[in-house]
Design a binder for this molecule. Structure first.
Ligand code: ATP
Ligand code: MG
Length: 692
């Protein structure tokens, strides 16, 4: 392949990235603008034009899946010899290679979890530590190590930054210190230590540094907005005093701050390397204008200092659909139906994804897809019934079911068993610990739901086994189920963002404004995964008849939901579920939930026969205005707005342009021509109602 061939198919800015063959280079750009594409082409171009040997390149990214994709794209560009790895994999390789030579003996063994060591530590630690959940302590140590905060500085640092540790800071520092001591004594390394030790080997042994630097001369880091201080330390050590480094990222997709990552390394890159080539990309090649416009609206309300507006390059597609469901099983069934419908229209299953906030949410979607006979794959986590904590729980429940007395209350019995394996009243702080807890919680909630339907313990266990069997068959091709975190960097033709309720997105434990903003960025990441079809949905209760919940506050003002009369679209909804209104392209009637088939009913968002509340005076004034507007433009009235559209406007009483646009049949042109007049009428009507 000729070097010039590699540049074909790049736009001018992407080409600028590729042609900046020597670092430092920084690409700051929004989702879907071709960052990953630009760096793979840059690497291939450098290799083909002889700037660097393929073996001299180290491309680093954050997940194994993303590293695999990089390798695949590089192979397609005729640069198969390039190393594309995660920070961990690259470091572990170097550590295991140099350890025997430099330190002598076997390299330390890698531990996947800190919990067993922490259990041992806590037995002899203070009272607070002994009572704490080891998983909370593990997350805290991970955070500290990723941030390069050592045990001796820990207590002071958390106080200075106002962080609340799981146990008093001084005691946490002692546990952290004891954990590190025991880990070293047993010759073990955890994920963070792999990075630390590799950097230390290079710093302390000149010959190791020289050899690694002789091998790797050319560094590229994707998703650089999520780099943490420890990874940055390793990257700096790899580089030494060289600057052949290219970083790419999107500050608005920073979603790992909770683990200690910081987008400041990305945004501060031009300051760190004053001579750096900085390129910004704004054209979005991934998504339709409809999806891009929604993503831009999310960025508009975000309090991000990195304002940017993506410019869509693809042809038009369908409007994103916002759908409200009565409960989660209905939501999951609705999504499964929508998946089927798209599959029938020729969208391959592997080009569809259902994305959610936490892995424990996957169970309800796994079930619905299994029931609908739709194959699926769970990414970034095991299938629900294959997760270790769920298997353990099922074994215990099965045992208990055998000895259960008739008439034992199901929910308390299940709760009792699950609390024995970690279902605490309050969830642990984060990470894997929290995921395990969420899985157990999902089981407990399922027990509550089935108890309400009269199930006993043996019945519950039988149901679990039925579901496990149904969800078992591993699939080679299917719909992807993944958390928003695991979906980063990926794309599908159709994306369903499920479970968008307050408390799930933003997640309930996001309390500070910064944490809430990180949750909003997760929504942005989710939306920007879709190429063409995008569905956003939420359920007003978890189970049928359950406690009411409200849609995610992030949906306010996005145009998908119209506000109730008198309420501005930016307000947080406080209306009772029954009054809440749906939305563009609904799957079901907003009154009775039945699937809508006729275009007119879809436009109304309800069955023609279902009762609605609207202001008849408003409809009258809209009609009168239409007659006048039609006369003035010398067109028949239906050209201005059809009867159905007028009715829909009256029912939804929009208060903003976005609300108005959310009504099917009102696009940009109509908005520009008539928006102001219609909104004025609606506002006047709302005012009258409020005054009355
Ligand atoms: P993210 O922020 O989500 O990681 P990204 O900026 O890395 O996104 P890519 O994954 O590189 O974006 O590209 C998004 C999609 O757009 C891909 O399908 C890619 O092939 C396509 N694409 C990028 N640039 C171009 C281009 N110049 N011409 C045609 N398609 C392009
Ligand atoms: Mg990318």
């Amino acid at each position: 392949m000729e070097p010039a061939d590699v540049l074909v198919g790049l736009d001018p800015e992407q080409r600028e990235v590729a042609e900046a063959v020597r670092g430092p280079v920084c690409v700051l750009a929004g989702a879907g603008t071709g960052k990953t594409r630009a760096i793979t082409h840059r690497i291939a171009y450098a290799v083909h034009s002889g700037v660097v040997d393929a073996q001299g390149v180290l491309a680093v990214t954050f997940t194994t899946r993303a590293a695999g994709e990089l390798r695949q794209r590089l192979r397609a560009l005729g640069a198969p010899g390039v190393q594309a790895r995660t920070f961990h994999a690259a470091a572990l390789r170097q550590l295991t290679y140099f350890w025997p030579r430099v330190i002598g003996g076997d390299p330390p063994a890698v531990i996947e979890s800190k919990v067993p060591l922490l259990r041992a530590v806590c037995r002899s630690a203070g009272r607070e530590a002994a009572q704490a959940e080891p998983r909370d302590l593990a997350s805290e140590i991970e955070w500290a190590k990723a941030g390069q905060i050592h045990p001796e500085d820990y207590a002071e640092t958390v106080k200075k930054i106002g962080r609340t540790p799981p146990i008093p800071a001084e005691e946490m520092a002692r546990v952290y210190d004891a954990y590190e001591a025991l880990r070293r004594e047993r010759h073990l390394v955890d994920f963070e230590t792999i990075l630390e030790l590799t950097a230390a080997l290079m710093t302390e042994h000149g010959e190791v540094a020289a050899e690694i630097r002789r091998q790797y001369r050319y560094f590229v880091v994707d998703e650089y907005q999520d780099v943490n201080p420890l990874q940055k330390l390793l990257l700096d050590t790899w580089l030494g005093d060289r600057d052949d480094v290219c970083v790419v990222g999107d500050p608005n997709q920073t979603i790992y701050s909770f683990t200690g990552a910081s987008s400041h390394y990305l945004t501060g890159f031009p300051v760190e390397y004053p001579g750096a080539t900085v390129v910004r990309l704004v054209r979005d090649y991934r998504s339709t204008p409809q999806v891009v416009s929604l993503a831009n609206r999310v960025l508009e309300v975000a309090r991000s200092p990195h304002r940017l507006s993506l410019v869509a390059q693809r042809p038009d597609g369908p409007e994103p659909a916002f759908t409200e469901y009565a409960d989660e099983p209905a939501e999951a069934a609705g999504i499964a139906r929508a998946v089927r419908a798209l599959a029938d229209r020729g969208v391959p299953l592997r080009e569809m994804a259902v994305l959610f906030r936490i892995n424990a949410q996957s169970q309800v979607y796994e079930q619905a897809l299994a029931e609908a006979g739709v194959p699926y794959l769970v990414r970034g986590a095991d299938r629900f019934f294959e997760r270790p904590e769920v298997r353990k729980a099922v074994v215990l429940l099965r045992g208990a079911a055998r000895s259960a007395g008739a008439g034992d209350d199901l929910a308390p019995a299940v709760h009792h068993i699950l609390s024995g394996i970690g279902l605490t009243p309050e969830p642990p702080a984060g990470g894997r610990a929290r995921e395990e807890w969420e899985s157990l919680k999902a089981l407990a909630e399922l027990a509550e739901d089935l108890a309400a339907q009269g199930a006993d313990l043996p019945g519950f266990v039988a149901e679990l086994e039925r579901r496990a069997a149904e969800q078992h068959a591993p699939e080679v091709e299917g719909v992807t189920l993944a958390s928003l975190h695991a979906a980063k960097g990926l794309e599908w033709d159709a994306v369903f963002l499920a479970g968008l309720t307050d408390g799930t997105l933003p997640i309930i434990h996001a309390r500070t404004p910064e944490q809430v903003e990180e949750e909003r960025r997760l929504l942005y990441v989710g939306i920007t995964r879709a190429r063409v079809h995008l569905g956003l949905s939420w359920a007003l209760a978890r189970s049928p008849g359950g406690r009411p919940r409200r849609p995610s506050r992030f949906l306010d003002g996005l145009g998908g939901r119209t506000a109730a009369p008198g309420r501005t679209a930016g307000d947080r909804p406080a209306v009772a579920p029954a009054r809440r209104r749906t939305v563009a392209a609904p799957v079901g009637c907003r009154v009775c939930g039945k699937t809508l088939t006729s275009a007119a009913e879809q436009k109304l968002g309800r069955c023609a026969s279902c009762p609605v509340d609207y202001d008849p005076a408003l409809l009258e004034s809209l009609r009168a205005w239409r007659t006048a507007a039609a006369k003035e433009a010398k067109v028949p009235p239906y050209v201005v707005f059809t009867d159905v559209t007028l009715q829909a406007i009256a029912e939804r009483a929009p208060v903003s342009e976005q609300d108005l646009m959310a009504i099917t049949g009102i696009g940009r042109v109509k908005l520009e021509r008539y928006g102001e007049a219609v909104l004025a009428l609606c506002r006047a009507a709302t005012q009258k109602t409020e005054d009355a």
